[in-house]
Design a protein around this ligand. Structure first.
Ligand code: HEC
Length: 126
């Protein structure tokens, strides 16, 4: 009966979340990462990630940070194909604009910081 229970639970959770899949606009997805991957950029991204993003997305990027438990929908798992198949531009747009409990970071992080975070998210790819 476990699969049935799981299906009911999943149905209930998606009902509670009631969220459409989050899709970046095509115009944003087309934008290439203008910031070259560098040691300095990755160092900054790591710092920003551990001070801001990690509480939800987890140190390993799988979305299991301490603040994640209370959230619905859950923070994205950066190791998942659903994230890694997105373009740099799409991920940048999401970090910039946010949705729901995922805040927009266009004011608190610089353009370079956000593009470097996209490089950083790629490091979680399995
Ligand atoms: C308060 C918790 C929280 C924090 C802090 C947070 N996020 Fe998120 N993040 C979420 C949630 C929840 C979602 C899913 C939102 C949705 O689907 O509506 C998400 C989604 C995302 C996505 C989209 C993934 C996808 O599946 O398309 C990216 C990229 C992302 N976050 C990056 C970041 C980065 C980078 C930071 C730090 C600058 C950060 N997040 C900080 C909660 C958080």
């Amino acid at each position: 009966m476990v699969p049935v229970a799981a299906a009911i639970a999943a149905g209930f959770m998606s009902f509670q979340g009631g969220k459409e899949p989050w899709v970046a606009p095509a115009s944003a997805s087309k934008v290439a990462n203008p910031v070259k991957k560098s040691d300095a950029g990755m160092k900054d991204a790591k710092k920003v990630f551990s001070s801001i993003c990690q509480t939800c997305h987890g140190a390993d990027g799988t979305g299991n940070g301490p603040a994640a438990q209370a959230l619905n929908p859950k923070p994205a798992n950066f190791a998942a194909a659903s994230v890694q198949k997105q373009t740099d531009g799409a991920l940048y747009w999401k970090i910039t604009e946010g949705r729901g409990t995922m805040a927009p970071y266009k004011h608190s992080l610089t353009t370079d910081q956000r593009w470097n975070l996209v490089h950083y998210i790629r490091t979680f790819k399995k």
